[in-house]
Design a protein around this ligand. Structure first.
Ligand code: AFP
Length: 283
């Protein structure tokens, strides 16, 4: 597994360089969700595919930017599902973006996630790695080398509220819940980039990130395999919770299709318990 994490570090340095030096315009292609691809999306995906091609324990790759499964090594053990550059549409306004990696063994479903990692491309390059051995581990790159900063632990309750989705398309009970948090003094921290928005809550100590079902996205927007399950694992390992709108753990998701989405809520225990009450989840 260590060879996978070392490869992610090399990938991070290369994608960061691409963000800072390459064309931020659109390519003439679409991804498998029918979204226009930025040249950076395509380049980041290529960097990742090339890097894991040299790692024999990687059996296959599944990318948010491509349809299907790319078989790499028949005798490999792990399948890596990844979003090469999440929030890429923010790069051209110089906001932080990220890469997300889910490392699975066997069928591609939550309970088969072995480890996950994400990279934040911001003022600094930061990396968080989570395995079943303990708390998520936070690293920061200095001149191309990743230095260990510390373990990540969420508080029982903190003060960040990151409400995703178009507000006019929220359900009434979701809007009531979000407004109630602001009424308790929560701070609005939402950039539209899942990786920096979730990273901020982890590092600041807690709060809640929500991307609910909405009238325009009844199954949510964020993808189960590449985005939701990898972060759900990290939040649970940090002592928090990650659930859907029925109160089910996101780690129990079983995608029917690699690009399936789900409503998702990630946060500290107090905020997630408050959400369960607002959503009348039977506990
Ligand atoms: P893009 O990749 O199209 O920029 O979308 C980013 C994203 O998938 C995720 O990173 C954000 O959390 C979410 O979309 C933001 O969606 P809204 O703009 O609908 O809140």
């Amino acid at each position: 597994m260590q060879s996978i994490f070392e490869t992610i570090k090399k990938i991070a340095i290369k994608i960061d360089y691409a963000i800072k030096t390459e064309d931020l315009g659109y390519s003439d292609s679409e991804n498998s969700s029918g979204e226009e691809q930025l040249k950076l999306d395509v380049k980041s995906d290529y960097i990742i595919e090339l890097a894991f091609n040299d790692i024999s324990i990687v059996k296959a790759l599944v990318s948010e930017e491509k349809e299907g499964v790319l078989e790499l090594h028949p005798n490999g053990i792990y399948t890596i599902c990844y979003d090469p550059l999440d929030g890429s549409s923010l790069a051209d306004v110089n906001l932080s973006v990220g890469s997300i990696f889910g490392i699975y063994k066997g069928e591609l479903k939550g309970e088969n996630l072995i480890a996950s990692a994400y990279v934040v491309y911001g003022p600094r390059i930061e990396l968080v790695i989570a395995t079943k051995k303990g708390k998520p581990l936070h690293y920061r790159a200095t001149e191309g080398l990743f230095n260990f900063i510390g373990e990540i632990t969420l508080k029982e309750k903190w003060n960040i509220n990151a409400p995703g989705g178009t507000q006019q398309n929220w359900s009434n009970h979701h809007k009531t819940f979000i407004d109630a948090l602001f009424g308790e003094g929560y701070r609005l921290r939402y950039s539209g980039g899942m990786v920096p928005d979730l990273h901020q809550i982890l590092l600041k100590g807690g709060g809640i990130f929500s991307y609910p079902e909405t009238s325009d996205k009844p199954d949510g927007k964020l993808r189960q395999l590449f985005e939701i399950i990898p972060f759900a694992f990290i939040y649970e390992q940090a002592g928090g919770q990650a659930i859907d709108s029925k109160g089910k753990r996101l780690m129990e998701l079983v995608p029917k299709h690699p690009h399936d989405t789900s409503p998702c809520f990630f946060g500290s225990n107090y905020e997630i318990e408050a959400l369960k009450k607002a959503y009348k989840v039977k506990t």
